[in-house]
Design a protein around this ligand. Sequence first.
Ligand SMILES: Cc1ncc(COP(=O)(O)O)c(C=O)c1O
Length: 399
Amino acid sequence: MTDSFADLAGRAARVLPGGVTHAARAYSPPLYVARSEGSHKWLVDGSVLVDYTMGHGALLLGHAHPAVVAAVREQVGRGTHHGANHPLEVQWAEQIVAMVDSVDEVRFTASGTEAAMLALRVARAATGRDVVVKFDGHFHGWSDAVSVNLVDGEPCTATGVPAAQLETTTVLRAGDVEGLRAMLDTGRVAAVVFEGSGAHYGREPLPQGFATTLRAECDRAGALLIIDEVVTGFRVATGGMQSLLGIRPDLSMFGKVMAGGLPGGGLGGRRDLMELLASTIEHPGTFNANPLTASAGIATLVICASGAPQDAAAETAAQLEAGWRDVLQRHGVGGAVWRLVSIIHMRLDDPAAHAALAGRMREEGVDLLHTSAFVSAVHTEDDVAASVAALERALRPSP
Ligand SMILES: Cc1ncc(COP(=O)(O)O)c(C=O)c1O
């Protein structure tokens, strides 16, 4: 039996806050996915979308990649939780260490949010300092310590996060070198944490050279540099955003691609820092290095190690970027289309049109994450053509 969108939304409204499980999934009108494969998802009403949400960026190899499915199938019958060490966790960590230069050791977590929490714990333990510097709009999951941003230029905690958090989390604008130096000069900063892509997976790119400045300033002040590679890790390059930026962070947070589309994350970094987890730092976690996630993560990373999927996704993304940009130009629509490797961002100058864009694109058969698109290695030229045509129709003035 297939439930209609309306039936499901009605039931959801009674048992899920706001009827959803994640704010980014609060589509209006609501829709429900029955099945996903490759670059597409099939909805419960039988219609199909070209998918660019790609598991919130987790699926560089597309939905249900045969190698990932086979690995998970094999593992699920062998047990989903051994409550003990298992061979896959060793292989998974070895694969990550082999791919990311700055990573000597890895500790697995159940999500990117947890990887961020662990990174700050390690940085504070290693330095004996309390303050963490982050940048406005840079997202590191939803834990208290990183849920601080600028509101009207003033540091502000997210709803439900104590104002006291501002005593140990300092938020700066990306590019504010003077503010950064002033904070580091207090001698209280344990770590500077940042999205190497700039905020929102490259929607707001970092000022040129800023990452190198962060590295130099942290070294000068004895603070650790933590890069958030939850989105960018293994997607933008085999060695992550840090390899494109040419910097060597002390700690790196991972999630998404490294977990192969299952729930997971990890912290990687310098051996002396990571070894604190073997001595003074406690980090229990029922689902650390879950075998099922490990099986999907290994299957994914082994394929990604060649760099071929990243290149394929980037090539398709370049075509799509050009196509969408051309549509804006031909229609005389003010806005911009830009790209970080396989992640495309779009902005329409007209605020109402911008706000409506994702919904209009869904009506035309294309699912974006907000107004961004995660292109996978399995999106095709036909997908690009369909997605360009979809934008063309989505921008047509309503009759
Ligand atoms: C840059 C970045 N860091 C951390 C996270 C948190 O990861 P998770 O959702 O797995 O907790 C996200 C999630 O989207 C992210 O985009």
